[in-house]
Design a protein around this ligand. Structure first.
Ligand SMILES: *Cc1c(COP(=O)(O)O)cnc(C)c1O
Length: 425
């Protein structure tokens, strides 16, 4: 079921017309469908029935408190990569023991905060981090529950910037070197090894790289056990892809079936860390056309959302579907255009070479599949306020993060006292 669709000629998120939100909130804005979020999480919950498994929502994909809370209420824990994300997860009601702390460069102060908060599992990614965590835990008189993230050296066949499980990526410890790291960890008095973690990449649209990695790491777990380590958990990471254009990502049920098959007999508790799959298709970015500029070779549709609001097109060469919010007539003629923002960068585009019905100033457009790594990666480049976020649930909607005013943005800055004194430098 799609949670976004035309009703009486106007694009709706569930029961709310996007133009209604635009009139109240202004543009651009991100809009998330609570129904779509619930549907995705529900698919995981149904598929995991009878499995010793749990979901830890990777909140870097969309760290909105309302989104985290919705998943937490459906039983999800959180996968975090910074102290800030930990504070968000806790603020949204995720119990500390259900938090997994991932990341290749955790600072000692962050590890300390995590241990003090009682975070359930820390996924260690290097020998140096083992030492630091052991020292920090020692200072606090605690023992940290850890996994070591291994890099299984498998090609996830996704975009180069989001592949993480291949030799030469900075993530995890090479599977060939990880045995020594486990031996080292086993000797450190303030660490308790609870399992093994992996995460091979993002926007995976086939299951073969998962199957291969699970097989490899499964064998490795057997070897670790033979070495005398107690391995109870297998954290298989996230990475499941979504539809942007015409991808055919596997269903969550099929994904879980492969995990079940490949981990059969391992007798491990499984953790999943989906991010994009839970939120990506549940969100859209709505923007207004500022003006239309015909060029020599193509037409530029200049809209009020830009690369600072959604960086995926320029960062990952990502393709996002663009739809007019007002339903075009079926026989409407199309023109070839680029949908671009107002920023002074040639990389500032949302879409290139699209055949769209003729748009004019004041029209609204919707950028689809923008719920993941959209608002999360936004910046204020060009002193553009962060885009507000809205959640729709049935016929209700609420602003979950308002648009800051320009005054708000300026008020956090300081002019050095010597400049205020008018001293010459
Ligand atoms: C980014 C990340 C995830 C989530 O990735 P998605 O592709 O959004 O599912 C999960 N685990 C780790 C360790 C990550 O870095």
């Amino acid at each position: 079921m799609s949670f976004f669709g035309y009703k009486k000629g106007d694009m709706h998120a569930e029961g709310v017309a996007l133009k209604t939100i635009a009139a109240q909130v202004g543009t651009p804005f991100y809009c998330y469908s609570a129904g779509a979020l619930r549907a995705a999480m529900g698919e995981f919950n149904r598929g995991m029935k009878g499995m010793n498994a749990s979901v830890h929502y990777a909140l870097k994909a969309n760290p909105s408190l309302a989104v985290i809370k919705l998943f937490a209420e459906m039983g999800a824990g959180a996968d975090i990569v910074s102290e800030g994300e930990m504070m968000r997860a806790l603020a949204a009601g995720v119990p500390a023991r259900k938090i997994i702390y991932s990341g290749v460069g955790k600072k000692a102060t962050e590890l300390m905060a995590a241990l003090q908060a009682g975070v359930g599992q820390i996924n260690v990614e290097s020998a140096a981090e083992l030492e630091t965590l052991n020292a920090v835990a020692g200072q606090l008189g605690k023992r940290a529950d850890i996994t070591i993230r291994v890099n299984p050296d498998v090609d996830a066949r996704t975009h180069a910037k989001i592949t993480t499980g291949k030799k030469g990526n900075k993530f995890g410890i090479d599977i060939d070197l990880a045995r020594a790291a486990f031996a080292e960890a086993g000797k450190l008095p303030h660490l308790r090894i609870v399992g093994v973690a992996m995460h091979i990449g993002s926007q995976l649209t086939t299951l073969a790289p998962y199957a291969k990695s699970l097989k490899k790491v499964g064998k490795f777990i057997a070897q670790l056990r033979a070495d005398g380590h107690k391995i109870d958990r297998f954290d298989v990471g996230g990475g499941l892809g979504i539809v942007y254009k015409k991808e055919k990502p596997p269903s969550i049920a099929d994904f879980l079936a492969v995990v079940k098959k490949e981990t059969k007999g391992l007798d491990c508790e499984l953790s999943f860390e989906p991010g994009r799959r839970l939120v990506g298709e549940a969100g859209v970015l709505v923007s207004e056309v500022i003006l239309v500029k015909p060029g020599a070779s193509k037409t530029f549709v200049i809209v009020d959302a830009a690369m600072n609001d959604l960086i995926r097109p320029t960062l990952y060469e990502a393709w996002h579907d663009i739809m007019p919010v007002r339903q075009p007539r079926p026989d409407a003629a199309t023109i070839r255009c680029d949908i671009v923002g107002p920023i002074c960068e040639s990389g500032d585009y949302l879409a290139q070479n699209r055949d769209l019905p003729r748009l004019s100033a004041g029209d609204l457009i919707m950028v689809r599949s923008a719920g993941a790594y959209g608002a999360a990666m936004a910046s204020t480049y060009n002193s553009r306020p962060l885009v507000p976020e809205v959640m729709v649930d049935g016929t209700r909607f609420a602003v979950t993060r308002p648009r800051p005013s320009i005054e708000d943005m300026l008020s956090v800055e300081r002019i050095p006292q010597w400049m205020k004194n008018g001293e010459k430098t």
